[in-house]
Design a protein around this ligand. Structure first.
Ligand SMILES: [Zn+2]
Length: 135
């Protein structure tokens, strides 16, 4: 317990999160970012399913394009969870002899997206604003 606390404290006694990252290397950082990005990814899915229905492989490629490396083992349960929450609605269609699951946004999904979009824009502007102040 004592070690964990010392870990985050620099020699001057100030709490320094970068020390924790150094100590636990990428593993802890990766876990934290994964959790943080789950919200971003869901927002991304809502955004695209609002424009047009999406399916797993397409969504995976799209997320990869944005730098999110998400495999089917993560994406499919997430789509499922979002469907169960009532954010998305699923329809099956046979494409080239294979069943493809398409996801479209629901009214609830649209409402959730609108709220989250505002918060994301607000945060983005604040972060950008802080950076501009430093220049
Ligand atoms: Zn996108």
């Amino acid at each position: 317990m004592q070690d964990t606390i010392n870990f985050n404290v620099a020699s001057n006694g100030v709490l320094d999160p970068s020390l924790a990252i150094k100590g636990h290397t990428g593993k802890m950082k990766k876990k934290i970012l994964q959790k943080l990005y789950q919200g971003f990814v869901q927002l991304h899915i809502l955004y695209h399913s609002k424009k047009d229905r999406v399916y797993g492989v397409w969504m995976m490629d799209e997320l990869k394009r944005h730098g999110y490396n998400i495999g089917p083992g993560t994406l499919y349960p997430l789509l499922n969870k979002m469907e169960q929450s009532g954010l998305l609605i699923k329809e099956k269609q046979v494409v080239k002899g294979k069943v493809r699951k398409y996801y479209s946004i629901t009214q609830l999904g649209i409402e959730v997206f609108k709220d989250a979009e505002q918060k994301a824009a607000q945060l983005f502007h604040e972060i950008k604003g802080i950076q501009n102040d430093k220049i």
